[in-house]
Design a protein around this ligand. Structure first.
Ligand SMILES: Nc1ncnc2c1ncn2[C@@H]1O[C@H](COP(=O)(O)OP(=O)(O)OP(=O)(O)O)[C@@H](O)[C@H]1O
Length: 956
């Protein structure tokens, strides 16, 4: 869009052709005319020279002279001006150059603007032209429509006029007289109305025509405006063309302008721009004017169309009315015709009568003539001839008489007929008069009826109007009241809406407030609950503590229950459903769901399936460790096969059970007790199978051991091996030996273990160097055989014997417990090897803890309930307070401490020393086993260090 666009070859060539002979140098601007010859503008150099006073001659010269003169001037300048002046001139030149550049830029920008304006103008013009075209088209269409309408209206009006004229002619024409005679003249009112209507129509037509002419004038004005606009547009177009030409010239010239030329050009362009702007404004004004005119014209057109529609409607109505009236007139005319026909008939009758009367009078006139003729004939009869003539005449007379008679007859007839006709006429006249009068009467009557009807109708209408008015007023009143109530309703509705809008916020705030309140209440309740729960737990702990103390005081057997988790042997289906549940707050309660109801059992502590070996041992620990203080302790696991007895007592390699943990703890406490105490720990491992006691650390497993009563008191098993152990490792080795011996004695270890009672007997002897006292305590850890009812197993042979043995020993255990509960004087310990062996631990002065193991699934539900029932019974057994066995080493007295004992006293616990009485573990004959374990003949002997390491498990 640069200058190149304007350098179209044709224009450029044309211009260059035009200017080339005149302007040799490109420094020149538009040609100036000097006389007839165009001369160049003074160059910038000339101007400088003039300014500096170097060259006064600015007159144009020929091309050949110019160069030489310039050279001379240059030489003069070089001669006259100093170096400083040259520099200043150069500076000025530079300034001028920069100014020129700026001006050039300005000119370019102006030119761009001009181009933009031009394009804008062109666009505007195009738009305008199109709009004008559309306008013209619309006007043409409108005018056409109007013309059509007007012609239609004119034809309609003419038609109407003709009709009216016709009607007028008919009304005022030939029948007028007859109508007058018949008395059936049309009422002048209708005619008047018609005439008035016609007049009104004519007036309408006149107004319409005047409106049409005014519309036409408007259209003409519009056309004139359009024409003037078109003229303007063409003028503008011309201007545009004119403008575009000098632009191009300027562009060509401006390539190398001098400063003065540029300024001029700028000025010129600015004026052009100003002009263009003004024209643009004018055009805009004209457009707005056009738009207003168009609006007015369209408005007027609309008005006219409405008017035409209205008039058309009116004409239609009038046409209908005219048709109706014509029909009425036609009817009346028909009636007139009938009357006229009647009258003509009567006139004919009258005519005939008149004719007859004339004939009669003529005949009457002929009568004397005939008589004279007859007289003459009578006179002439005397002659023969006359006589014949007379006879002829006579005959003629006779004939004439006959004729006369006939005529007379006819006359009389005619008279009669005349009379008759006269009467008929009279009758007809009378009838006519009667009819006329009756018609008149009827007409009057109908008029009167019409008047009455109109009056009634108007009355009714009036009444109706009144009623309607009344209705309207009541309706208005109602409307007012309704409006009032409606506005009230709206007000209340708005209020309600506001309320409804605020309702969610209200609800929100209320809800949040309530929430806060509820939250705070809940928090309060929560804290209160927490406090309560805390209190409850504290109370529970206290209760437990007191209970434990009471249990210890009473010497009750403590009962724990442990539920094993589900294992794959439990299977699937309903039989594998869980039937065990626990109390959230009381860890001594357990619920078993059986036969649709839940049975509650209370024990000292319940361990769920999630309880760990550590948790279990933590509870057992205090009792187990008390052996270190000289107590006899018995911990035995009771429960059906597979309920987890072995797991609890022995545990696994990675997670050991009570046995190993108890011994670990023992060694830990012994270590803690320091140098004051010297302890000896010996262990013996045995089993009771089929009512036979086997020493699992002995050389001969099959050797039947017997429980004997020591004459000094207490029980002992002659020949039972005791191994001294000093560490957990030693214990593990002992377990391994026991395990090994047990496994060699049986074919199926698992089955065997279920059917035998495994016992780990730990004897702890401690000597206090300071107090010179010795304590001896015994810890029996028993893993009983499976407690399931034997009858169910359906066993026979060896199995039956096994079952019977287990049954017997467990039944004996039950009996002993029963006897102890009943505080019987005789306790049947000796009925089984188990009870006999555990006599020390099940009664009297020992601490007993039973761990009831149960399975959680439905299929074991019966056995579970049996085990828990047994546990309940055991729990109520009072053994009496446990006692410590303390010996005074100096005099060998044994003191039995009867004071209530708490759990293991821990390191450094002071021990009461009493005179010694040997109630420690029975004297056991010892045999050195082949497993490199040191077997001690007495409990006091130091245990040797076991030689081989083994896993802790020894039962399985
Ligand atoms: N608390 C427990 N956690 C994980 N597994 C257990 C638990 N109690 C028992 N078991 C698993 O249950 C199965 C049976 O346990 P266990 O052999 O100890 O029963 P038992 O009563 O000693 O049987 P038996 O009378 O035949 O000797 C074992 O596989 C054991 O690992």
């Amino acid at each position: 869009m640069m200058a190149s666009e304007f350098h179209t070859p044709s224009t450029y060539d044309m211009l260059s052709k035009k200017h080339s002979p005149v302007f040799k140098t490109p420094m020149t601007y538009s040609p100036r005319i000097v006389g007839n010859k165009p001369v160049p503008s003074p160059s910038r150099q000339d101007l400088w020279k003039k300014e500096l006073g170097l060259n006064d001659d600015l007159e144009p010269q020929t091309d050949s002279d110019e160069n030489s003169e310039e050279d001379e001037a240059e030489e003069d300048v070089n001669r006259h001006i100093s170096q400083v002046e040259v520099i200043s001139l150069q500076k000025q030149l530079e300034q001028r150059n920069s100014q020129r550049d700026e001006l050039l830029l300005l000119v370019k920008s102006h030119r761009d603007k001009v181009r933009q304006y031009k394009s804008k103008l062109e666009r505007e013009e195009n738009n305008k032209r199109q709009q004008l075209k559309i306008l013209k088209k619309n006007y043409d269409i409108t005018i056409q429509e109007k013309d059509n309408l007007i012609s239609n209206l004119q034809s309609l009006a003419e038609e109407q006029e003709n009709k009216i004229l016709e009607l007028e002619q008919r009304l005022l024409g030939g029948n007028h007289e007859e109508m007058k005679t018949t008395g059936l003249e049309l009422t002048s009112g209708a005619t008047r109305k018609l005439i008035e209507e016609v007049k009104r129509l004519q007036n309408d037509k006149f107004t319409l025509t005047s409106q049409l002419s005014s519309a036409q004038t408007e259209v003409r004005t519009c056309n004139e405006i359009i024409q003037s606009l078109q003229v303007k547009i063409s003028k503008l177009e011309n201007d545009n063309d004119n403008l575009s030409k000098p632009d191009k010239v300027q562009e060509d010239e401006v390539t190398y302008p001098c400063s003065t030329d540029t300024e001029k050009e700028v000025e010129l362009l600015q004026t052009e721009r100003q002009q263009l702007l003004e024209e643009l404004v004018e055009l805009k004004k004209a457009r707005t004017k056009e738009a207003t005119v168009y609006k007015l014209a369209s408005h007027r057109q609309q008005q006219l169309e409405d008017e035409v529609k209205r008039l058309k409607q009116k004409l239609d109505d009038q046409e209908k009315e005219a048709v109706e009236r014509e029909a009425a007139i036609q009817q009346k005319k028909e009636k007139e015709q009938q009357v006229i026909v009647l009258l003509s008939e009567k006139q004919q009758n009258l005519h005939t009568i008149c004719e007859l009367q004339a004939q009669i009078t003529a005949l009457q006139a002929k009568e004397p003539e005939v008589i004279t003729k007859v007289k003459k004939v009578e006179v002439q009869v005397e002659s023969e001839e006359l006589k014949t003539k007379y006879a002829v005449s006579q005959e003629q007379i006779q004939e004439l008489t006959k004729i006369n008679d006939e005529v007379n007859n006819k006359l009389s007839h005619a008279h009669a007929r005349v009379l008759e006709l006269e009467t008929q006429l009279q009758v007809a006249q009378a009838d006519f008069e009667l009819m006329t009068s009756s018609l008149q009467e009827k007409l009057n009557q109908s008029h009167a009826e019409k008047e009455i009807a109109i009056a009634e109708a108007s009355k009714k209408l009036q009444q109706e109007v009144d009623r309607l008015r009344a209705d309207h007023s009541t309706f208005c009143q109602k409307l007012d009241t309704t409006n009032n109530s409606f506005s009230q309703l709206i007000e209340s509705f708005i209020l309600l809406q506001k309320k409804a809008n605020s309702f969610p916020h209200m609800i929100k705030s209320t809800v949040s407030q309530v929430k806060i309140e509820v939250c705070s209440a809940i928090a309060d309740i929560d804290t209160y609950n927490q406090e309560l729960v805390g209190k409850y737990h504290r109370e529970m702990q206290l209760r437990k503590k007191y209970h434990n103390e009471l249990v210890e005081l009473k010497g009750n057997i403590r009962v724990f229950c442990r539920v094993r988790p589900k294992i794959k042997e439990d299977g699937t289906g309903s039989q594998a459903d869980n039937v065990i549940s626990f109390d959230r707050d009381d860890d001594g309660l357990i619920y078993v769901e059986s036969k649709g109801r839940s049975q509650t059992f209370e024990v000292d502590r319940v361990f769920s399936e999630n309880s760990t070996q550590t948790e279990v041992f933590d509870e057992v620990k205090s009792v187990a460790i008390s052996c270190i203080d000289g107590f006899n302790v018995c911990i035995f696991a009771y429960g059906q096969t597979g309920s987890g007895k072995t797991y609890t007592m022995e545990g696994t390699l990675l997670d050991p059970g009570i046995n190993q943990r108890a011994l670990q703890e023992l060694f830990h406490v012994i270590e803690e007790r320091g140098l004051d105490w010297e302890y000896t720990v010996t262990v013996s491992v045995l089993e009771i199978y089929n009512e036979m006691i086997r020493d699992l650390l002995g050389d001969d497993i099959s050797f039947k051991m017997e429980v004997k009563m020591n004459p000094e008191g207490g029980l002992y098993i002659p020949g039972l091996s005791y191994v001294n152990v000093a560490s957990v490792e030693d214990v593990n080795k002992v377990f391994v030996v026991g395990q090994k011996n047990r496994a060699t004695a049986t074919t199926n270890m698992n089955e065997h273990s279920s059917r035998s009672h495994a016992l780990l007997c730990v004897t702890v002897t401690g000597e206090n160097k300071t107090t010179k006292t010795r304590t001896t305590g015994k810890l029996n850890l028993v893993d009983l055989a499976g407690s399931e009812r034997v009858s169910k197993s359906g066993a026979d042979g060896a199995r039956l014997k096994e079952a019977q043995s287990i049954n017997k020993s467990l039944a004996c255990l039950g009996d002993v417990i029963q006897a102890l509960r009943a505080k019987q004087s005789y306790i049947p310990y000796r009925n089984s090897k188990l009870t006999y062996l555990l006599q020390d631990s099940l009664g009297g002065d020992s601490k007993t803890l039973m761990l009831v193991q149960i399975a959680p699934v439905r299929k074991n539900e019966g056995e579970t309930i049996c085990s828990l029932n047994f546990a309940q019974r055991v729990r109520n057994v009072e053994l009496g307070a446990a006692t410590r066995k303390v010996e005074k080493l100096e005099n060998g007295d044994v003191e039995v401490d009867k004071t209530p004992q708490k759990s293991s006293s821990g390191p450094g616990t002071p021990h009461k020393v009493a005179p010694q009485r040997d109630t420690s573990c029975p004297a056991i004959s010892h045999r050195i086993a082949s497993q490199n374990l040191t077997k001690t003949p007495t409990s006091s002997s130091k245990p040797s260090t076991p030689q081989h390491k083994s896993t802790p498990g020894w039962k399985k």
